[in-house]
Ligand binder design. Structure first.
Ligand code: HEC
Ligand code: HEC
Length: 392
């Protein structure tokens, strides 16, 4: 066993302290027993009775109680000692051995996952540090809506979300890899312009490789050093929170958001990518046929993309009590678990935000969402493009 492994075996654990106490009790117990036994020893009863006639000749007392008896007794004591000492020692080391095995097993999974991730080029899209990025052109067929042809392509860049904090949003209570079904589901089946990676979803990787990818992501999670040992699932992830706070400050200071409410900015930073049409692909795009540049405009806020359209009217019906709305955004939806007044079912989609955003921010977003006007959503699908340069 290597250095760190051996260290782990000796690491203090609850089992170890229990074993030490038990061992002390056993040793003291033995000492008391031996002492009392010697004190109570008396002359043997019945030694005066004659030998029964049908008995063979036994060794006499002197022989029996001499070295021969001592040898047998010593052997008995030795066996007892082995059981009394070796078993607890084995038990004591077992916990460390097991956690050592788990650690080296998951280290192996992480490095296998790294190999799969490199082959899949996950970081090309999600950023070298997994902090999210805009990646190189995606050809989008935006259909006949904007031209008289059935097929109309644009080359646009697309936004890929950060993954080092993905476990703060999905499977928010996960503490072990077995619990991360949501993230696994997204990886297996893909989403939007991200292809499927699992065999079941039509991708290249088997279950083992998907497990390894999940282990790799788990190992890369932001702020893992600060995670509390006690099982407080609701604790905010300080590192992730600091990062989104910095992004919020930057947006707040930008010209684009002059006069915008905090709720609007927070919505754009955290929700728009799934709930606002064309949000991940907004910005300059190229027309492949003539190389001209066009601007892809995002649709009306919250008019629906991968996630459903959100507006004040529908949300006040879905969550008559605003507190329910707040706690839905905090916890997210779980697969097949009903939420809201009409018991909609979650489908691996809606993340939870309580580990990244403080409640005050979540409340601001909720208020903003409840102020969204359903009228503006009828405009979805129009006004996608304008020639770059003719801004007015
Ligand atoms: C071609 C670029 C691309 C590659 C390569 C890629 N992704 Fe993605 N990924 C995306 C985009 C874009 C999204 C967001 C999809 C959407 O908005 O519908 C996404 C979403 C995700 C999500 C959901 C995160 C969230 O918060 O919504 C996970 C998890 C994920 N990808 C994991 C992976 C893993 C693991 C790999 C490597 C095996 C990978 N991705 C490779 C582009 C990519
Ligand atoms: C990764 C994509 C994604 C992100 C990011 C996201 N949502 Fe969602 N949201 C969904 C999906 C998908 C659903 C539908 C439920 C499901 O499938 O889990 C949903 C459902 C909802 C609903 C219920 C609406 C209904 O009619 O059922 C609300 C409200 C909501 N999201 C608000 C938000 C807010 C606020 C944020 C940002 C803090 C946000 N979402 C971020 C994908 C997302």
């Amino acid at each position: 066993m290597s250095g760190p492994g051996a260290l782990q075996l000796l690491a203090a654990s609850t089992e170890r302290s229990i074993a030490i106490v038990l061992m002390a009790i056993v040793v003291v117990g033995w000492a008391i027993y031996v002492f009392v036994n010697i004190r109570q020893a008396q002359a043997e009863v019945g030694s005066e009775i004659e030998l029964a006639p049908n008995r063979g000749r036994m060794p006499d007392d002197e022989e029996l109680e001499g070295r021969r008896l001592e040898k047998v007794q010593a052997f008995g004591v030795l066996m007892l000692l082995i059981m009394a000492l070796v078993l607890p020692i084995y038990w004591m080391l077992e916990g460390g051995r097991r956690s050592g095995a788990v650690t080296s097993f998951s280290e192996a999974a992480v490095s296998r996952g790294e190999v799969v991730a490199a082959a899949a080029a996950c970081t090309d899209c999600h950023g070298a540090d997994l902090g999210g990025a805009r990646f190189a052109p995606v050809v989008l067929d935006i259909g006949h809506q904007f031209s008289d042809k059935d097929s109309f392509n644009i080359n646009t860049t697309w936004e890929a979300p950060s993954l080092d904090d993905v476990f703060t949003r999905f499977d928010t209570d996960a503490e072990t890899l077995d619990e991360v079904s949501e993230v696994r589901q997204i990886i297996v089946y893909g989403r939007g312009v991200m292809p499927a990676w699992g065999l079941e979803g039509g991708g290249p990787y088997n279950d083992q490789q998907i497990d390894d990818l999940v282990a790799w992501l788990w190992d890369a999670r932001i702020g893992k050093e600060d995670e509390a040992d006690d099982e407080d699932d609701d604790e905010i992830n300080e590192a992730a929170n600091a990062r989104v706070t910095a992004r919020f400050e930057a947006a707040r200071a930008s010209e684009e958001y002059e006069g915008a409410s905090d709720g609007k900015i927070l919505f754009d930073l955290h929700c728009a990518r799934c709930h606002t049409p064309r949000w991940p692909g907004r910005g300059p795009a190229q027309l492949p046929n003539n190389g001209g540049t066009v601007m892809v405009e995002p649709g009306p806020a919250g008019a629906g993309r991968y996630g459903p359209a959100l507006n004040g009217v529908s949300l006040e019906r879905l969550f008559p009590d605003i507190e329910e709305h707040v706690s839905f955004i905090s916890d997210g939806a779980a697969d097949n678990v009903p939420y809201g007044e009409f018991a909609r079912l979650g489908n691996y989609g809606m993340p939870g935000f309580k580990k990244v955003l403080d409640e005050e921010d979540i409340r601001k977003i909720v208020e903003y969402e409840r102020s969204l006007d359903p009228e503006s959503q009828t405009a979805v699908g129009f006004d996608l493009l304008h020639e770059a340069g003719d801004d007015e």
